[in-house]
Design a protein around this ligand. Structure first.
Ligand SMILES: Cc1ncc(COP(=O)(O)O)c(C=O)c1O
Length: 465
């Protein structure tokens, strides 16, 4: 324990009775996302009661570093005083008011702010409430655009191998998440996938990179099918859910050039990579790319509330204008679209993040994270491969770093390490036998050190060498 955890230990501790009541209600009634519930029932239960900064406290008073940034969302920490104040100010005005046919001040202000952050030309913002919806909206807008402009045959979609864009049907259709979505294939529209590039990078150093085969497979698909293709969709820079699979710098620019050359839209899904996760506000601006659609969610509200946005090129937006009878309108919307509480928090998040990026601390922290990972894991006997960029890292676990052998799936090694990490005061989530380290961006260098050391301790406990 360090000073921070000492100060927090005991905060928001529920009585034994109320912790037991939580577990009983959970066990009896909750169906958890992505979970084999039979396996979940066999695990020690954990309920988070409160959070401060990068730390979480459970209902029994134990503290944990939030090593997943509460599923890749948290930016400035939990219970951030500025975000709390922004939320409370908005709450004193109104919690929710619709964007169907009317607007509200924070929604309009946030749309303008997002347009300022984005590359010039991406000036129109369609709000929704989660990443999958942001993707669905981009896809539907692309399909409808080609219908409205006299090219209804342009219906196809090209995604990248390993892509994850969410769990709704359109997002599943264009993704490539193996057995996660396989059983739903018969209900998904067809999509093509091009090969992913290869890139190994950590601690700011590219160790191997090859995008030639990937780009030539995209070129081949576009050459054959561009006339019937509406859009290419890509998670730029890092495919998070594939296990932090990286793209070499310049790759997104090449993909954008191919899309332009072949007259198909480019959708960039920055649901994971935006808002400081890779050290910058947006990955597309780092690459100097203006997509036709840009999907944002997760870090948009710094991990506070559900909100998503699909940014659209103004020229695409104008194709939807006409009389009501023309049926050119985009008939899509969600009840909580552009929720004012979420919009107010997003504005404060962006204000704080601008300063963190401009003043340099984010860059220093992400460099420190890379260094710590390098020092701790680059020669670790159980870590076969490392991938790290910004505040996103993956460690592929293996019986030996020098052989191609994997652990038996049923051993659930990744899960065992993450369960063990709880005993060291750290919450992590695995992806198979890959450990994903995705800290809140607010962690100090000392806390990043704790994150890496506690991960190593859990790994060594489960897989002693
Ligand atoms: C790149 C990407 N797109 C879309 C999604 C789906 O977002 P949500 O879970 O908010 O629907 C995710 C979620 O992890 C993601 O990483």
């Amino acid at each position: 324990m360090n000073a921070t955890t000492d100060a927090l230990a005991g905060a928001a501790v529920a009585s034994d009775d109320s912790a037991a009541a939580t577990f009983a209600a959970d066990r009896a009634h909750v169906w958890h996302p992505f979970a084999q519930m039979q396996e979940y029932f066999d695990q020690p239960p954990l309920a988070i009661a409160s959070g401060h900064g990068g730390w979480l406290t459970d209902t029994e008073g134990r503290t944990y570093l939030d090593g997943t940034a509460s599923i890749w969302t948290n930016v400035h920490g939990h219970n951030d005083p500025d975000l709390n104040a922004a939320l409370q100010r908005q709450l004193a005005q109104i919690a929710h008011s619709t964007m169907l046919g009317v607007t509200h001040p924070v929604g309009a202000e946030l749309a303008a702010e997002l347009a300022r952050l984005a590359p010039a030309g991406l000036g129109r913002v369609f709000f929704s409430d989660n990443g999958s919806n942001a993707v669905e909206i981009a896809l539907k807008l692309s399909f409808q655009y080609w219908q409205l402009t006299g090219r209804p045959e342009k219906r196809g979609v090209i995604g990248m191998a390993g892509a994850y864009h969410g769990d709704t049907f359109g997002a599943m259709a264009v993704g490539d998440s193996g057995f996660f979505h396989e059983r739903f294939r018969p209900w998904c529209f067809p999509a093509e996938h091009f090969a992913a590039p290869h890139c190994r990078e950590w601690a700011g150093e590219i160790r191997a990179a090859d995008s030639a085969a990937s780009l030539s497979s995209l070129r081949a698909l576009l050459t054959a099918h561009a006339e019937r293709t509406a859009c290419v969709i890509l998670e730029p820079s890092v495919q998070g859910a594939a296990g932090m699979k990286l793209q070499p710098p310049g790759f997104v620019r090449e993909v954008a050039a191919l899309c332009r050359e072949h007259g198909v839209h480019l959708i960039l899904d920055e649901v994971f990579v935006a808002f400081g996760r890779l050290g910058s506000m947006l990955a597309c601006t780092e690459e100097g790319v203006t997509p036709d659609f840009l999907c944002l969610a997760k870090g948009l509200t710094a991990g506070y509330l559900p909100l998503a946005a699909t940014l659209v090129r103004e020229e695409i937006f104008t194709a939807f204008l006409g009389s009501y009878e023309s049926r050119r309108a985009f008939f899509h919307g969600h009840t909580f679209t552009g929720n004012p509480l979420a919009a107010a928090v997003a504005l404060e998040n962006i204000r704080k993040l601008r300063a963190l990026i401009a003043d340099g601390p984010l860059r220093a922290r992400s460099a420190c994270f890379g260094r710590l990972i390098d020092e701790t894991f680059s020669a670790h006997p159980r870590v076969r491969e490392i991938r790290q960029r910004g505040f996103a890292a993956a460690l592929d676990l293996a019986p030996s770093r020098d052989s191609a052998e994997n652990f038996p799936v049923a051993r659930r090694v990744g899960l065992q390490v993450c369960l063990r990490a709880r005993a060291h005061g750290l919450l992590l989530r695995p992806l198979g036998d890959t450990l994903l380290l995705v800290p809140p961006l607010c962690l100090s260098e000392a806390e990043l050190g704790e994150l890496v050391r506690r991960t190593a301790r859990a790994l060594d406990d489960v897989l002693p060498s």
